[in-house]
Design a protein around this ligand. Structure first.
Ligand code: ADP
Length: 408
């Protein structure tokens, strides 16, 4: 059997026992009723509120606008939450405020539209929300700080890493320089002990002989040995000069001092100077074709040409022709020194400009392995280049290319 419930009693019970505040208000905003939950929340006695405007329950500063909202609502009342997106506040009798959420619904009672307001005190939720917001802000701040700290640390690490890499490169370079130096030292010692011995013992024996040739008619013999001493001293001086020039070149101490001069005449002079070195029957053919003036460093150019011509003489046989060819190619002067001598073995050609390097077919010929390295360095100092072509046992051509004009 269906149980029947007294609806009026039920509504009364729900109204009175509800923890939530339920306020009944007329469309004109007059409080018609309020449950005990509401009285407890707003701390009023019922008689104090009945007949009052609903605005008595909201803080004074919101009251002026509230009237207008209420009138709007009265025009088309419907069930909805109040003030969505706004922070609604209630006001207790003692004037203290607290956050609330309000739901509105309309009802028709005895032909009159009334509004039922459900008010919930959301102080706790608001505090929790505020606290959450605060904690969130604090967390964000901490994350920001940590991120900055991390970025700083990454920067520092990158810095340190860069410094370490630099230090590593410096150490490696220093090590290589050290190795190169000790390598040079030992090559110099072995070159010097080999190359100095013969001229020194020749000088010694020639001087001993000069001492012995005391007769007046032995003048010719004396002169022969004196000349031998002279040429050996010159040879030793040349080696030392090459060595000093190499050091100067390496430390950037060679200064280029260009001046204008006629290349044809200059080359004739250089060949003249080399005459003493020629072996019996050897001769230099000059194919010169430059009436123009050039602006180059004559001292440095002389060093280059002397080196190349003396090599051509040294590494070719008696009666061989040596050709010195000069031509102009655009803005460049090209000088070629050609011989028909012993040539350079193909497999050794790639090392020919290395300091102290000497090919295996020149073991019995005097030399230091410094000249070509120095010559190329000087050519490059004058913005030029030194190249060669050579065929073993057939001969070699060394080519210097220099700009016609260089600046100091
Ligand atoms: P050096 O002549 O004192 O040994 P260089 O540096 O002038 O030193 O030459 C290096 C090496 O190149 C020589 O030892 C030789 O093996 C080779 N070379 C240079 N010029 C010639 C040349 N005209 N003919 C053959 N070999 C040459």
């Amino acid at each position: 059997m269906k149980r029947s419930i007294d609806k009026a009693a039920l509504l009364e019970a729900i109204f009175e026992n509800s923890e939530e505040t339920i306020i009944i208000v007329s469309l004109a905003g007059e409080i018609l009723d309020i449950n005990s939950g509401g009285l407890k929340l707003f701390e009023y006695d019922k008689e104090e509120l009945l007949g009052q405007k609903i605005e008595v329950l909201i803080p004074e500063r919101f009251r002026p606008n509230h009237g207008a909202y209420r009138e709007d609502y009265a025009k088309s009342p419907e069930n909805r939450a109040m003030g969505v997106g706004l922070e609604l506040r209630g006001r207790k009798k003692d004037g203290s405020e607290f956050p609330v959420s309000v739901g509105l619904s309309k009802a028709q009672v005895a032909g009159e539209t009334i509004v039922v307001g459900f008010v919930i005190d959301i102080t706790f939720q608001t505090e929790v929300r505020e606290r959450l917001k605060q904690v969130n802000n604090e967390l964000e701040e901490r994350v920001r700080e940590r991120t900055m700290e991390l970025a700083r640390m990454v920067n520092q690490l990158e810095d340190t890493n860069e410094k370490l890499q630099k230090a590593e490169i410096e150490v490696r370079e220093a090590l290589m320089a050290e190795r190169e130096l000790s390598n040079m030292k030992s090559r110099f010692v072995s070159m010097a002990s080999h190359e100095f011995r013969t001229p020194l013992s020749t000088i010694l024996s020639s001087i001993s002989l000069v001492e012995k040739y005391q007769e007046a008619d032995q003048q010719q013999k004396r002169e022969k040995h004196i000349n031998r001493v002279k040429s050996n001293v010159k040879y030793l001086t040349n080696i030392l000069n090459d060595f000093l020039s190499m050091d100067k070149l390496q430390t950037g101490k060679i200064m280029v001092q260009p001046e204008p001069f006629k290349l044809n005449d200059f080359l004739v002079d250089v060949c003249e100077e080399m005459h003493d070195l020629l072996k019996p029957g050897q001769y230099i053919t000059q194919e010169l074709d430059c009436d123009e003036q050039v602006v180059l460093d004559p001292k440095l150019l002389r060093t280059i040409l002397s080196n190349l011509v003396s090599n051509a003489i040294k590494y070719s046989s008696e009666n061989d022709e040596i050709i010195l060819r000069l031509s102009m190619e655009g803005e460049y002067v090209v000088m070629r020194v050609k011989d028909h001598g012993i040539g350079i073995p193909l497999e050794e050609q790639e090392h020919i400009f290395e300091r102290f390097f000497r090919a295996k077919n020149v073991i019995n010929i005097q030399g230091t392995g410094l000249g070509l390295n120095l010559t190329r360095g000087i050519a490059e100092l004058m913005n030029g280049s030194l190249d060669f072509e050579s065929e073993y046992e057939k001969g070699s051509i060394f080519t210097i290319t220099l700009p016609k004009k260089i600046e100091s």
